[in-house]
Design a protein around this ligand. Structure first.
Ligand SMILES: Nc1ncnc2c1ncn2[C@@H]1O[C@H](COP(=O)(O)OP(=O)(O)OP(=O)(O)O)[C@@H](O)[C@H]1O
Ligand SMILES: CC(=O)N[C@H]1[C@@H]2OC[C@@H](O2)[C@@H](O)[C@@H]1O[C@H](C)C(=O)O
Length: 378
């Protein structure tokens, strides 16, 4: 079989925590990872963060020019310094309602393509939603590639503990990510977003650093039980969430002390993963955790206490837990460029494998030159 040329792509992700933009380079043919490259992070300033928070929940019909400027500026800043031939631009999710109004990632790939002078793949989620899928999570195809990269031989799980949690069960023996049975993925529940909101409101802090507050508190079992009674947890995957779908969590801990509220919300995040793990087709050999929640030892200890498999940060397998989602959108950009699917029935519930994303090129760049600079060398 002819070997496909490798493309040096950079992915950029601004997640639901609204703390900043991660960007990371991956060299890949869209199937196999050949190299991980440079990475960068551009935090949102306090003012930018306020603008983005104010835009949460808004759809494409709203006037969001100020928030769009924030998103564009931050991405141009972080991407300018990274050498790559193709950009994967996720955008800032403001609203996600796949069965209703759709999904909304703020940011225009054409603006970035012009500013960066490079082709930009963006709007990754809407084709999947239009075809009946959840439009999320999309990292699972990359998780399959990561499982190959680390030489996994048995099924394993990846868990992203970002603002929202998402879990991917991967069978690395599958020849392709779109092979039926290769992947099962879904959003587990809220992870850090409601806990961050609690910390901001009650303590004026952005998050519960190292789980220090939760460690001092006691989990309120009644609140935890009410939370786990939510119908979402009984729904079969694939399934996905909006950032604020579980804002009821704040009501459930309303009367608790700050420490007990933090402990209970941390337990809610961990327990929703434990409940979600019951959906795995086979027990995984290990659970590799990515996203900021892996740095919360209280959340990690709760997971370890509740699960039968080893629970480790992805660094234990040589991966980069701060950048995995950004790397995912570099990988997915190359798949879009190659016309390969980016989601499948097992990852988003879409009826058949589908390739999302659209490509914007700088005005001065004809399509055939798109990745010519480097592709010609390989
Ligand atoms: N040292 C730490 N202790 C506790 N929590 C932490 C620590 N570092 C990061 N976090 C948590 O992780 C969050 C950031 O996680 P991450 O960057 O994975 O989110 P995201 O990419 O915005 O989310 P998503 O994957 O949902 O889009 C912070 O807002 C905080 O809640
Ligand atoms: C609609 C949307 O932006 N969803 C995000 C969010 O953040 C985590 C979880 O919810 C996941 O479904 C997804 O992001 C990851 C990167 C994904 O698509 O795989």
């Amino acid at each position: 079989m002819m070997r496909q040329a490798q493309i040096r792509a950079v992915g950029a992700m601004s997640g639901t925590s609204l703390d900043g933009v991660d960007a990371a380079v991956v060299v890949t043919d869209g199937v196999t990872i050949s190299e991980f490259g440079a990475r960068a992070y551009r935090p949102y300033s306090e003012v930018e963060s306020v603008v983005l928070h104010a835009a949460l929940g808004q759809w494409q019909d709203a006037d969001l020019s100020e928030a769009a400027d924030v998103v564009h500026r931050a991405h141009i800043d972080v991407l300018t310094g990274l050498d790559a031939d193709l950009v994967g631009f996720h955008g800032q999710t403001l609203a996600h309602d796949p069965r209703g109004r759709g999904t909304h990632q703020l940011g225009d790939g054409a603006v970035l393509a012009e500013a960066l002078g490079r082709p930009v793949v963006w709007d990754f989620r809407s084709a999947d939603v239009a075809l009946g899928g959840e439009g999320a999570p999309l990292a699972p195809f990359f998780h399959w590639a990561c499982a190959q990269w680390i030489g996994a031989k048995e099924p394993l799980c990846f868990l992203n503990l970002g603002g929202v949690g998402n879990l991917t069960w991967v069978d690395p023996r599958a020849a392709k990510p779109e092979t039926p049975g290769a992947l099962l993925a879904f959003d587990t529940g809220p992870a850090n977003a409601p806990l961050n909101d609690l910390m901001r409101r009650r303590r004026g802090q952005p998050y519960d650093a190292d789980g220090a507050l939760a460690r001092q508190g006691l989990v309120e079992d009644g609140a935890l039980e009410l939370f786990l009674g939510e119908p979402y947890f009984r729904r079969m995957p694939p399934k996905s969430l909006d950032r604020d779908d579980f804002s009821l969590m704040l009501d459930l801990v309303h009367e608790l002390s700050d420490a007990d509220a933090a402990a209970t919300m941390t337990a809610m995040a961990a327990s929703s993963v434990m409940v979600g793990m019951e959906h795995c087709p086979k027990p995984p050999a290990r659970l590799l955790v990515t996203g900021g929640g892996r740095k919360n030892p209280v959340m990690m200890d709760m997971l370890r206490a509740g699960l039968d498999c080893p629970v480790e940060p992805v660094e234990a397998a040589g991966l980069d837990g701060d950048m995995l989602e950004a790397q995912a959108f570099a990988y997915l950009a190359v798949r879009v460029r190659r016309g390969l699917p980016t989601s499948a029935p097992g990852t988003t519930g879409v009826a058949a494998p589908v390739g999302g994303g659209q490509v914007s090129r700088p005005d001065a760049m004809p399509a055939e030159q798109e990745t010519g600079r480097r592709a010609g060398k390989n």
